[in-house]
Design a protein around this ligand. Structure first.
Ligand code: XMP
Length: 319
């Protein structure tokens, strides 16, 4: 795409001018945006960039391994992976309020990142994969009064505390443009085409209290659901699809026995920028196949429901 080729060249020149010969740290989330930002910045300044990936234990199945493979093996970009699952789970124990979860995760993410940054000897710049919708939606709700709907997770606050300047080369872009830029930079299609994933991760897909056990159950259900979506050839037609684990248990029957396990909700939406969304109209056979597989294969779930709410009035994530 010629426009993205131009954008790439312009941004590389801008990044070089901004950064000079100083050092940049980039926080990777596992998602497309921070990965594209990192690859672009690496192209501009090479070894002056170090990436830090905080594994908070709220990632999708095999996500950390995929990021490690892409950055270390494919691009040879210096990558520090921090295993912080235990401290996130400890801090999330007993927290049920969605905004408290978000605030804790955002704050703890900054703490972990800051500790790593210090170990690495600090840096003058912090790189983020902030997009245009992130800039507006975290300020106010579209068309409405200036009310914060959700505290978006980013590393806000860190730059001032550590005296770092921000490098945000994707600030003017929408998601589809970031994907084009990612392709232009040679990122694998399977990575570039991935559905968006929120910074607070699985925590906002587990209403109520989050625990490692609940995350493990959700990861399995989510992987089965996405496997079915991919094999039905529907993945690219959907903006975002994921499973949600409800803190509600219901009674079921399996074999000769009574079960009493969690409800799992399935969500799939179409959208162009995440600001409004419509539900994806799966056919009934597809949904019952997913329900059967999840109940048979995932211990801890005995009932599956489909979320029929568009945005607005719903949001895409449940918290
Ligand atoms: P909502 O749930 O507000 O989500 O309709 C809109 C889009 O934003 C993603 N999302 C987030 N992304 N940090 C992120 O990086 C966050 O804290 C966050 N919360 C929601 C969500 O997955 C959807 O694509």
């Amino acid at each position: 795409d010629w426009t993205m080729a131009e954008f790439r060249a312009t941004k590389i020149a801008e990044i070089r001018a901004q950064v000079g010969d100083r050092r940049v740290l980039c926080g990777l989330s596992g998602g497309v945006d921070s990965a594209v930002a990192a690859v672009l910045i690496h192209e501009a300044i090479g070894e002056q960039l170090t990436c830090v990936f905080v594994d908070h234990g709220l990632l999708r199945l095999n996500e950390r391994e995929q990021v490690e493979r892409l950055f270390r093996d494919h691009y040879n970009i210096p990558l520090v992976v921090v295993d912080a699952e235990e401290r996130f789970m400890a801090g999330l124990a007993g927290v049920t309020d969605p905004e408290k979860k978000r605030k804790f995760i955002g704050g703890e993410f900054i703490n972990v990142f800051e500790e790593e940054a210090k170990k690495l000897g600090g840096a003058d710049f912090l790189a983020q994969g902030t997009l245009y919708p992130d800039v507006i939606e975290s300020v106010s709700f579209t068309g409405g009064p200036s009310v914060t709907i959700k505290s978006h997770h980013n590393v806000g606050g860190l730059p001032e505390r550590m005296n770092m300047k921000l490098v945000e080369p994707l600030r003017e872009l929408f998601k589809d443009e970031v994907r084009l830029l990612g392709k232009e930079l040679g990122l694998p299609d399977i990575f570039v085409g991935r559905h968006p994933f929120p910074g607070p991760g699985l925590a906002i897909r587990i209403p109520g209290e989050v625990s490692k056990e609940r995350c493990d159950i959700l990861r399995k259900a989510d992987a089965v659901y996405l496997e079915e979506i991919r094999s039905a050839g529907l993945y690219d037609a959907i903006w975002q699809a994921f499973a949600v684990l409800l803190p509600v248990k219901t009674v079921g029957v399996m074999g000769d026995g009574r079960t009493y396990d969690h409800v799992c909700a399935l969500r799939a939406v179409t959208s162009t920028d995440g600001m409004t969304a419509d539900i994806y109209p799966f056919d009934a056979n597809f949904l019952s196949r997913c329900a059967t597989r999840i109940i048979n294969e995932v211990q801890g779930i005995n009932r599956v429901v489909y979320d029929y709410t568009s945005k607005p009035p719903g949001t895409i994530e449940w918290e």
